[in-house]
Design a binder for this molecule. Structure first.
Ligand code: AMP
Length: 407
């Protein structure tokens, strides 16, 4: 079911509370990366420009203890940066709930207010109904635009929706559009690239994708458990011994489902993990481990990708944080960027694959880069995200062809 967005509700004269993700990296009170704040601007501006009487923003930041204010987790730096980006003042409240906050928001000269860190109250993560109701009492409409926390049932992401009309902002709308397209109605062939450290983190993802994908490419640390399952020597490469049987079963299931699986077939090997002196090799001798896919594998993966109409990528193909082992991930990332120019939909799951794409300066060269690591993984696994489920469904289309309720 499609979810309502800010475009589906009348905002004029309304107090609108928006769950944003201002969980930004900080060094002291300096924000080292403001991408999350910038990403929230289109929704905030839309709500302001469409006549909202008040815009109340709320977010978590870091992991405070949940027993009150802690300066190092204050949203003050975010409020300052937000005001610079918006070009108008933002009122930072001293807390997120309570009578003072309520009267302070109402009497503030500023149209936009930012509540203090939600996680100063343990009730937030407990999805406490009384806490959710207090947040809701500040506004007439609830907007969720924090995709990165949509897989958590917290008071500000799920509970609050029981008390207010609940719609998504543009960030969540875009995530649902592209991730939804990938898993529910992809232009085929759909090729999925899986990498990252561990098979155990991706079992549910693989199970779900076996029902959806035409081809699954497996690289990164998780590939070696699959190779071991096929009797291939992997030296000291990353191995989850207790997942070898599972890897074998997944390969059998893929075969039965007619899903092609492509695995790493040459390697960049080192004598120990800390060595930067990688050697390209067709085999992994005892005493060595592989930290990247080799050139033959890169060429093979690129050829498979050339046949795709939709590509979903989750997890780096090597230890991309270190230049010596970033080549496989880099080559595939640049290849995806070139495929996007040819009309292929390239969708990057959040977390490490998104970090890799950013590291290579390809942030504007993909169809979609998800803003949520855990949330995009759970969505691709086919799980319901509580922060999305809680939003109002779009009204069904009536005979008039619009999405009103005239039927
Ligand atoms: P994940 O969080 O599961 O997406 O895993 C990402 C991590 O996997 C990154 O930090 C990579 O450095 C690591 N990784 C990728 N390939 C390998 C490999 N061949 N050996 C060890 N770690 C790897």
């Amino acid at each position: 079911m499609n979810k309502q967005t800010v475009r589906d509700v009348s905002l004029k004269g309304k107090k609108v509370i928006i769950r944003v993700d201002f969980n930004v990296p900080l060094e002291g009170d300096k924000i080292t990366d403001d991408i999350r704040i910038r990403a929230a601007i289109p929704t905030i501006k839309y709500v302001v420009d469409n006549g909202a009487a008040k815009v109340i923003l709320m977010s978590h930041l870091g992991r405070p203890k949940g027993v009150g204010f802690e300066k190092e987790f204050s949203l003050a730096p975010a409020a300052k940066r937000l005001a610079e980006l918006l070009g108008y003042p933002v009122k930072l409240m001293s807390d997120c709930v309570g009578a003072d906050v309520k009267s302070g928001v109402a009497s503030a000269a500023e149209k936009v207010a930012l509540l203090e860190n939600l996680r100063f109250h343990k009730e937030e993560e407990k999805n406490d109904p009384a806490f959710a109701k207090e947040l809701a009492s500040l506004a007439d409409i609830y907007v969720n635009d924090a995709f990165g926390t949509a897989h958590r049932a917290h008071a500000s992401t799920a509970g609050i929706a029981a008390y207010l009309p609940a719609v998504s902002g543009f960030l969540i709308e875009k995530e649902l559009q592209y991730l939804g397209l990938a898993v529910n109605n992809p232009e085929r062939p759909l090729v999925v690239i899986l990498g990252g450290a561990k098979v155990s983190d991706k079992i549910m993802l693989i199970e779900n994708l076996l029902k959806k994908a035409d081809t699954i490419i497996i690289g990164g640390g998780m590939a070696y458990t699959f190779l071991k399952a096929q009797g291939i020597n992997i030296g000291n490469s990353k191995l989850e011994k207790d997942k070898i049987d599972l890897a074998r079963t997944l390969l059998e299931k893929a075969k039965a489902a007619g899903v092609r699986v492509e695995l790493t077939e040459d390697f960049v090997i080192v004598p120990n993990f800390d060595s930067n002196d990688g050697k390209i090799s067709d085999v992994i001798p005892d005493g060595f481990e592989s930290l990247d896919i080799g050139p033959k594998t890169r060429a093979k993966f690129k050829k498979v990708l050339d046949g795709a109409k939709t590509v979903v990528w989750n997890g780096p193909l090597g230890v991309f944080e270190r230049d010596a082992f970033a080549n496989g991930t880099r080559e595939i990332a640049f290849h995806l960027a070139s495929l996007k120019d040819k009309g292929v939909k390239t969708i990057i799951g959040g977390g490490d694959s998104a970090a890799a794409v950013l590291k290579f300066g390809l942030d504007n060269k993909m169809t979609h880069i998800s803003t949520g690591g855990g949330a995009s993984l759970e969505y691709l696994e086919g799980k319901e995200l509580p922060g999305i489920t809680a939003l109002n469904d779009k009204k069904s289309t009536g005979g008039c062809g619009c999405s009103c309720s005239c039927n």
